[in-house]
Design a binder for this molecule. Structure first.
Ligand code: AMP
Length: 281
C-alpha cells in the first residue's frame, strides 16, 4: 500500500500509466461503515484499478472548535485497516499540506445547505465542498464513494458535480449500523457509556414512524411529533433539529408525496450524532 502525505507525493504516486481510480474520502477513525465504502470502491475500480482513501480531518468544515480538537485521529490503526482492506493508496496530509495560510478560494453551496445540518452548522458544507473538490483534483478520481448516512452531504456533492461539471461518478453506499441500530460514526467512541446505551433510540425513533405510513398517513406533522416524543423520552439527548424534507431538493415538506427524508441531529453532551430515514409515499 502506498502512502502519501503531501500533494506532491500524491502526484508522484499517481504518475505513470493511468489506472481507473476510485476514491473514498474520509476523516479517519475508520469503522466498518468506512470499510464498506472501501469494498464498494473495489467493486467499482475492478481488480486492476486503484482504490484510494483520503484521511484528513478537514478543519474548515468544523463549526465548533471543541469538536475539531476532540476528533479521534488513530492514524496507525487506520493505516492498518486500509492495508487489511486492500486499499492501494492512502493520502493522509496534515493541515499545512492542504491549506496555504493565504488561501482565498472557497466553494460555496447556496441552496441545499440552507436546511438540516447546513442551518445549524454555518460554513460546514462550504468546507466540505472545498476539500472534496481539492481531493477530486488531486487524485484525478474517476469515481468516489460517499455514505448515505450523510444524506445532505451526498446531495450537495452530487449538486457540485453537476453544477461544476466535475468528471467524477458519485457512488452512494447505504448506512452501516451497529447491531443495536446506531449508525456507525467516528464520534460514537466519544459517547459516555450511558449515552452510548441510549443512542439506538435515534434510529428507533425514526423507524417507528413507518407504521404511520402503513396506516396511510401522509402529513409530515404526525411523523415529526411521534419521532420527537421518542427522542424527548431520553433523559440525555438534546435535539439539534428534526425535519421532514424532500429527498431530492431537501426543502421542508408538509406532506409525503414523493420520496421524503426525516432527518435528525442530536447532542449527547458535546457529541453530535445524525441519522435519517427515507420514507416512500
Ligand atoms: P467521515 O469520516 O465521517 O467524514 O465519513 C467518510 C465517509 O464515510 C462519508 O462518505 C460518510 O458518509 C461515510 N460514512 C460514515 N459513517 C458511515 C456509516 N455508518 N455507513 C455508511 N457510510 C458512512
Amino acid at each position: 500500500m502506498r502512502i502519501a502525505t503531501t500533494p506532491a507525493m500524491l502526484r508522484q504516486e499517481l504518475a505513470g500509466p493511468r489506472q481507473r481510480l476510485v476514491l473514498v474520502p474520509t476523516m479517519g477513525a475508520l469503522h466498518d461503515g468506512h470499510l464498506a465504502l472501501v469494498q464498494r470502491a473495489r467493486e467499482a475500480a475492478g481488480p486492476a484499478g486503484w482504490v484510494a482513501v483520503s484521511i484528513f480531518v478537514n478543519p474548515i468544515q468544523f463549526d465548533r472548535p471543541g469538536d475539531l480538537a476532540n476528533y479521534p485521529q488513530p492514524l496507525t490503526e487506520d493505516l492498518e485497516k486500509c492495508r487489511a482492506a486492500g486499499v492501494d493508496l492512502v493520502f493522509c496530509p496534515d493541515q499545512t499540506a492542504m491549506y496555504l495560510p493565504d488561501r482565498s478560494i472557497t466553494v460555496t453551496e447556496s441552496l441545499l445547505s440552507r436546511q438540516l445540518c447546513g442551518a445549524t452548522r454555518p460554513g460546514h458544507f462550504d468546507g466540505v465542498c472545498t476539500v472534496v473538490i481539492k481531493l477530486f483534483n488531486l487524485f484525478q478520481a474517476d469515481a468516489a464513494v460517499f455514505g448515505e448516512k450523510d444524506v445532505q452531504q451526498l446531495a450537495i456533492i452530487r449538486r457540485m458535480v453537476r453544477d461544476l461539471d466535475l468528471p467524477v461518478d458519485i457512488i452512494a453506499h447505504p448506512t452501516i449500523r451497529e447491531h443495536d441500530g446506531l449508525a456507525m460514526s467516528s464520534r460514537n467512541v466519544r459517547l459516555l457509556p450511558e449515552h452510548r446505551a441510549d443512542a439506538p433510540r435515534i434510529h428507533r425513533a425514526l423507524e417507528a414512524t413507518r407504521s404511520l405510513l402503513r396506516c396511510g398517513e401522509r402529513n409530515a406533522a404526525p411523523f415529526l411529533a411521534a419521532a420527537r416524543k421518542h427522542l424527548e423520552d431520553s433523559p440525555f439527548l438534546r435535539i439539534d433539529y428534526l425535519e421532514m424534507v424532500d429527498a431530492e431538493t431537501l426543502e421542508p415538506i408538509g406532506r409525503i408525496q414523493r420520496p421524503a427524508v426525516m432527518a435528525t441531529a442530536v447532542f449527547y453532551g458535546e457529541v453530535r450524532l445524525i441519522d435519517h430515514a427515507t420514507l416512500l409515499p
